[in-house]
Design a protein around this ligand. Structure first.
Ligand SMILES: Nc1nc2c(c(=O)[nH]1)N[C@H]1C(S)=C(S)[C@@H](COP(=O)(O)O)O[C@H]1N2
Ligand SMILES: [Mo]
Length: 323
């Protein structure tokens, strides 16, 4: 049977359109705000967020100490923008999924660690948080669609989780998977996507200092739309590597075929390292648009993190490292 994959995700125009809709909506909202029209809407939203925070048992852990080793010269993206302009296909193939994502239940939340480890385990997110050294890091975040932002993540080094898992010496890759539940995530009813969302890193990447498990954002628990209660941040790679709402870590000796790679391996590879000189087949990667400032800026190889990660790839020149 020939399955025709809908072309929405193939068209950069659809991304541009949803971005410009978003920006239009923002300027309309700003206009309304200056006219005093959304005061009541604003306070209802504030109330809801305050309520959500008190319901999250991890709220008391934040803010956590900031690690100055990870700073960015660009200004931090305003929280409002970083938490309302999102990619999370489980909740829709556009950027305005933040309301829909509230349907996700983040407690109880159990993480499974399996595969090539000394002992498989299941651990509740709050028990995991209690074991991990939490810190805050400012990271760049660059989507393959050529928009970017700068965000203050909180969380812990992925290598701490690797240590807890105690992989056996044969493990070469760490595979991470998002929850699967069609009843809360309508996108998962779209059978042509290879759910659950799956990503992977080599063990060397996963134990690199930069690889970070995110549990917080802007000094609070990470919001659902940004991947609560646990998501990956690998800032030298395009955003699609940074899998959200993780329920499973599997150590293996086989390289996984990841979500976007399965959909279109010519456009979204396994490595997905950032490089301004390797264009996406349908658009340039030379520059990016900072969604906080609106500025167009030059993209930098490894997103400016070469000093941390370039060595990992020095003997892999024959591979498609940058797509
Ligand atoms: N499970 C899951 N994780 C995901 C995605 C997704 O659709 N589903 N989108 C990815 C993409 S393309 C990007 S750019 C980032 C966006 O993260 P943000 O919304 O926190 O900016 O999440 C990544 N992680
Ligand atoms: Mo992305």
């Amino acid at each position: 049977m020939l399955i025709k994959i809908p072309k929405g995700w193939e068209l950069p125009e659809s991304m541009v359109t949803s971005e410009s809709n978003y920006l239009n909506r923002r300027s309309i909202l700003q206009g309304m705000a200056s006219a005093g029209l959304i005061a009541s809407i604003g306070s209802a939203a504030t109330f809801r967020h305050a309520f959500a925070d008190t319901m999250d048992p991890s709220a008391k852990l934040y803010p956590v100490p900031r690690n100055d080793r990870y700073t960015v010269e660009r200004p931090l993206t305003p929280e409002k923008i970083a938490t309302t302009y999102n990619n999370f296909y489980e909740f829709g193939s556009h950027k305005e999924i933040s309301e829909a994502a509230q349907a996700l239940k983040i407690r109880p939340w159990t993480v499974k660690i399996d595969g090539m480890v000394e002992k498989e385990m299941e651990i509740g997110i709050d028990d995991l948080l209690a074991k991990m050294p939490l810190e805050e890091r400012y990271y760049r975040h660059r989507c393959v669609e050529a928009w970017s932002m700068v965000v203050p993540w909180s969380g812990f080094a992925l290598k701490e989780l690797v240590k807890l898992a105690a992989p056996t010496s044969g493990a070469k890759y760490l595979v991470m998977q998002t929850f699967e539940d069609k009843s809360v995530a309508p996108g998962q009813k779209q059978f042509w996507y290879p759910w659950p969302y799956t990503e992977g890193l080599t063990m060397e990447e996963a134990t690199n200092d930069l690889a970070f498990m995110v549990t917080g954002l802007y000094g609070k628990p990470v919001p659902k739309q940004n991947g609560a209660p646990l998501r990956l941040a690998t800032p030298w790679k395009y955003g699609f590597k940074q899998v959200k709402s993780i329920v499973r870590f599997t150590f293996t000796d086989k390289r996984p075929i990841t979500f976007w790679e399965k959909l279109n391996s010519d456009e979204y590879g396994f490595w997905a390292n950032i490089n301004p000189e390797v264009n996406h087949p349908r658009w340039s990667q030379a520059t990016e648009r900072d969604i906080g400032t609106g500025e167009r800026l030059p993209t930098v190889i490894y997103n400016g993190y070469g000093e941390f990660v370039a060595d990992i790839y020095k003997d892999m020149k024959d591979q498609k490292l940058f797509m």
